[in-house]
Design a protein around this ligand. Structure first.
Ligand code: ATP
Length: 210
């Protein structure tokens, strides 16, 4: 894709997640997004306590610090803490509206994994999200994309793209479980998260079972 849309707008990417912790698939997804969509900026947005996550997340300061370590070396990336600072539940629509207001000359591209896409109709104000942003979906090993999922949005099919990303089975759950076992070798963790994130987890003794 060229740097600007047909209407001369810049493309701004938005990639949100609990990032508890950020792992290698998140980083690969961000790299692919920057390359394939020629984004002028990619906002990485660690979520607050998202309404749909039953688990209590690690402290915002840890997830923010790890997100910086994981993503900040990528070009044109901004790690944005607005959702962590928001009181109450965080909704993607609020963040998109704020970003559009701050960047009136931009078109927004929201990046999600296939597992998130399968529950997209349960998102708060999903119709409005579709009006504000183009949704770019990365396939995910545990939740493979099917054409029928796109068919459900037939009247909006110009609002969806697929992000080309090799399937990676890593998840944050897997990293937390490995750490909780207490027996994970440095080598095993290094396969799953960027090295600075692995060091941070170890230094702050995150995800250890009591
Ligand atoms: P958890 O295991 O705790 O549910 P997670 O690995 O899904 O966490 P999140 O921070 O919840 O990580 O994910 C942020 C975004 O990254 C989501 O849109 C998710 O679908 C996507 N994502 C996470 N892991 C992958 C993966 N392996 N392949 C493709 N997309 C992924």
């Amino acid at each position: 894709m060229s740097a600007e849309t047909a209407t001369g707008l810049k493309r701004i990417g938005v990639f949100g997640g609990a990032f508890d912790p950020p792992h290698n698939a998140h980083v690969e997804l961000a790299k692919a997004a920057l390359e394939q969509f020629d984004l002028s900026t990619l906002y990485i947005i660690p979520t607050g306590q998202a309404w749909h996550k039953a688990r209590v997340l690690s402290a915002p300061r840890h997830r923010l610090a790890m997100s910086r370590l994981a993503f900040e070396n990528l070009p044109r990336v901004v790690v944005d803490e607005r959702e962590l600072q928001r009181a109450g539940p965080t909704f993607t629509i609020d963040t998109l509206q704020a970003l559009q207001a701050e960047n009136p000359q931009a078109e927004l591209y929201l990046f999600i994994g296939a597992d998130q896409f399968s529950s997209f109709r349960q998102w708060h104000k999903w119709h409005e999200i579709l009006e504000l942003a183009i949704i770019c979906i990365a396939d995910r090993a545990q939740s493979t994309l099917a054409q029928t999922q796109f068919d459900a949005y037939a009247s909006h099919n110009n609002r969806f793209f697929t992000l080309q990303l090799p399937l990676m089975s890593v998840s944050a759950t897997q990293v937390r479980q490995l750490m909780a076992l207490g027996s994970a070798s440095a080598g095993e963790i290094a396969q799953l998260v960027p090295a600075p994130v692995a060091r941070y987890i170890s230094l702050h003794r995150l995800y250890r079972s009591r």
